[in-house]
Write a protein that binds this ligand. Structure first.
Ligand SMILES: [Zn+2]
Length: 224
């Protein structure tokens, strides 16, 4: 790693609230990874979370929206990756990866597991098709880099009670030479609307931004 301390974000599902989140990240110089389901990327794809309708975005314009950030695999159809046959794995992950390459000009190197589900077979398959990291929904509450990037856990979710405490700790900690530290946060941008707490992300970005000793990178840039 070419950094001592880094910050990264990971957001899933390509929903309309990503527009506001990207604007926020861009304003503070934050870099993020957005995990997309290319088989569902249209505003006809709607679902309800805690009574609130959530809507994916149409494909058009997403390349421009996410410019400067990373686009990664989240499965063609957002299916839990357990006990999948080779045919199913190919459809869900290789097709999604190839769609991303076709639409955004770059074959992805990372992914996030839909529903946080995976098994050994899935991991072996992802390796085979050139996917080098996979984000789970686990939290470490620490800043250690993952031993196995295909079982990546983040520091925490943005709604974690300890978010700001961990951010303070990260800012004040002195990284030792040869032991890089990573502060990573994940979530879904629609959660900020559901919980009416966009100010939480604003506050976090404000805390973390503009530090000369911190590298702001996408998941791939911080992990690989
Ligand atoms: Zn998802």
């Amino acid at each position: 790693m070419n950094y001592q301390k880094a910050v990264t974000f990971s957001y899933d599902d390509g929903v309309t609230q990503d527009r506001r989140l990207v604007r926020l990240f861009n304003r503070y110089g934050m870099k993020a990874t957005f995990n997309l389901n290319t088989g569902l990327q249209s505003e006809e794809s709607r679902f309800t979370v805690e009574g609130m309708p959530v809507c994916r975005m149409n494909q058009e314009g997403l390349k421009e929206l996410y410019r400067g950030h990373e686009i990664a695999v989240h499965g063609l159809t957002h299916t839990a990756a357990e006990n999948m046959t080779e045919t199913k794995l190919e459809r869900e992950f290789l097709t999604d990866a190839k769609n991303i390459e076709r639409l955004y000009g770059k074959y992805p190197v990372g992914m996030a597991y839909a529903y946080g589900c995976y098994d050994n077979n899935t991991i072996a398959y992802l390796k085979k098709i050139g996917i080098r990291y996979g984000r789970t929904v686990g939290s470490t509450h620490s800043f250690e880099l993952p031993r196995n990037p295909l079982l990546l856990e983040t520091t925490c979710h943005h709604d974690d009670d300890r978010l700001f405490e961990l951010a303070e700790q990260f800012l004040s900690i002195e990284a030792e030479k040869g032991h890089p530290l990573l502060f990573s946060v994940w979530g879904h941008s629609y959660e900020f609307d559901i919980n009416q707490n966009w100010d939480r992300m604003e506050r976090l970005c404000h805390m973390l931004a503009g530090r000369s000793d911190i590298f702001y990178g996408t998941n791939a840039e911080c992990l690989l």
